[in-house]
Design a protein around this ligand. Structure first.
Ligand SMILES: Nc1ncnc2c1ncn2[C@@H]1O[C@H](COP(=O)(O)OP(=O)(O)OP(=O)(O)O)[C@@H](O)[C@H]1O
Ligand SMILES: [Mg+2]
Length: 503
């Protein structure tokens, strides 16, 4: 690779937003056929750099050089014409249009007199979808597709345009393990066709599985480029956050109190059945299992989003019926949902209001909401969660992906629930803040909350839980104490090989 010329070079890229210097003279280059990972804390500037590359933002300073020629790309279509395709962190397809229309968005193939040639279009898209083993066709409406399939549509877009560089911005955040395998196969195929990949992710295992080189950004500055086979997770973390992480078990054992939440024989159609467990005040119970094991559905039932078909839920010993999220909140149950984008935030609203809005009612003793009190609450969560935003007035929609997630977590914490359920709490969150969120979860339990953590990341479950419940296909297979649980018995239990109290 040493004698090869980079297909792409970014030189001295500066990008500012009001109050933020998002990129401060970043250099970045990509060789043909390499997978180049881009890493950095939440808000480091990764997505912004890629949006500059994809013509969505114009840099204040700096040059973009493609195949040794400086180029100016004024919009995503010009970037596409230069062989650059960006697959967004927040997928950006037109939901009401068909797959084929989305693939050619903005540049439909035309016949004479300017008519769109639908036949050609659908044939071309159809053959690419077939190549990707997609089980949907060019005429399918994008709105009806799952996230993984929408991602396939974006990939089809890249293939149709003979991309030189395809950028994936946190592509696996919402994919199942099986879908991830498909994605990695596609990336390897692209690579062997000489296409370069820029891959953004906070998941170290993925980075070390597929990337050739790793470039690290920090606070909008270039920190260095490492060769994957010659470096370690620790070295990358050091570059990203300026220190190593202490992965020692983070069990700040508080006093475990009485049972707060008790679930008995809960079932919900085919989603899960005969689920019984309890959570005490001061305790963190981790739910581990494969995607589809029923964990999220149980959380949704406890939060009033799904009606159980049988079973009882007791709070402090009393049976409750939770018909809606409002009921759940009134009973002191909060859920930090898995898909925070849809369920948690008002993007056009500022940071403070997103965190404090749900409790404005409590604070409005008279006709005025106490502005000072709200800002104080926001400040506290900003510090605890290390939220990077220019001010409480900043619109949440302008924050980086990970910082938006921290706002949602803050919002639910601010409600001071008795039972807090967090579903995949650190998805999309950088390694440093991840450790912070883990200690915050421990601390919440310590101060008397009953906490349920659902996660697909085993290290996370092992680090935060006092007890671990392993689920497989809608059933609880085993329950472990923190002393009993380890990677081996947990893997066994969630693959259905468990020998415990399998139902
Ligand atoms: N459109 C915008 N308006 C104002 N500020 C912005 C805008 N886009 C990004 N920023 C700011 O620029 C900085 C870099 O954000 P960016 O989204 O590039 O981070 P990131 O590295 O992708 O983080 P994450 O891992 O959380 O996705 C952040 O401080 C963010 O708030
Ligand atoms: Mg980002």
């Amino acid at each position: 690779m040493s004698e090869a010329q980079p297909v792409l070079r970014l030189e001295g890229i500066v990008k500012t937003f009001p109050g933020v210097r998002a990129l401060d003279g970043v250099d970045f280059s990509v060789f043909p056929g390499e997978v180049h990972a881009l890493m950095g804390e939440n808000g480091a500037g990764k997505s912004t750099l890629m949006k500059v590359l994809a013509g969505m933002y114009q840099p204040n300073e700096g040059r973009i050089i493609i195949d040794r020629k400086p180029v100016v790309m004024r919009n995503p279509i010009e970037a596409k014409q230069n062989g650059i395709i960006l697959i967004h962190q927040e997928l950006s397809l037109a939901e009401q249009m068909t797959v084929a229309e989305n693939v050619f968005l903005g540049e439909l193939p035309r016949r004479r007199w300017g008519f769109v040639d639908w036949k050609v279009l659908e044939e071309r898209v159809g053959s690419i979808l077939a190549k990707l083993n997609c089980d949907f066709g060019p005429r399918t409406n994008v709105g009806s597709l799952s996230i993984a399939k929408k991602q396939m549509v974006e990939i089809a877009r890249a293939l149709t345009h003979q991309a030189k560089v395809v950028v994936f911005d946190e592509p696996t955040a919402s994919l199942t393990d099986a879908e991830k395998v498909v994605l990695f196969d596609i990336i390897n195929d692209l690579k062997s066709d000489g296409v370069s990949i820029v891959y953004i992710s906070h998941r170290m295992e993925e980075i070390f599985t597929i990337s050739d080189r790793i470039t690290v950004l920090r606070d909008g500055s270039y920190r260095g480029t490492l060769v994957a086979v010659d470096t370690t997770e620790d070295e990358v973390t050091q570059l990203m956050i300026g220190r190593s992480l202490d992965y020692s078990r983070n069990i700040e054992q508080g006093e475990i109190g009485d049972i707060t939440l008790e679930v008995d024989g809960l079932s919900c159609g085919r989603l899960y059945s005969d689920v019984s467990f309890s959570v005490r005040a001061g305790e963190v119970v981790g739910f581990y299992g494969l995607v589809g094991a029923g964990r999220t559905e149980i959380a949704e039932t406890l939060f009033g989003l799904r009606e159980p078909t049988s079973g009882t839920i007791r709070l402090d010993g009393e049976a409750v019926s939770i018909g809606s999220p409002a009921d759940a909140i009134a009973n002191g149950i909060s859920l930090v949902p898995e898909s925070r984008k849809e369920q948690g935030l008002v993007l056009g609203m500022n940071c403070r209001d997103n965190i404090t809005l749900p409790q404005v009612d409590d604070m409005t003793a008279g006709p005025f909401v106490s502005n000072g009190a709200e800002i104080a609450i926001y400040d506290m969560y900003r510090d605890r969660l290390d939220i990077k935003a220019p001010s409480w007035r900043s619109e949440v929609g302008n924050l980086s992906g990970g910082n938006q997630q921290k706002i949602v977590i803050g919002k639910w914490l601010a409600m001071k629930p008795r039972v807090l359920i967090v579903d995949e709490p650190t998805r999309g969150i950088d390694v440093g803040s991840k450790a912070e969120i883990h200690s915050l979860i421990r601390e919440l339990a310590h101060s008397g909350y009953a906490v349920i953590v659902i996660s697909s990341e085993m290290p996370e479950i092992l680090r935060v839980s006092d007890r671990v419940i392993a689920m497989y296909q809608g059933r609880i297979m085993r329950e472990f104490t923190a002393d009993e649980v380890n990677e081996d018995n947990l893997v066994q239990a969630i693959s259905g090989i468990g020998n415990g109290k399998a139902a």
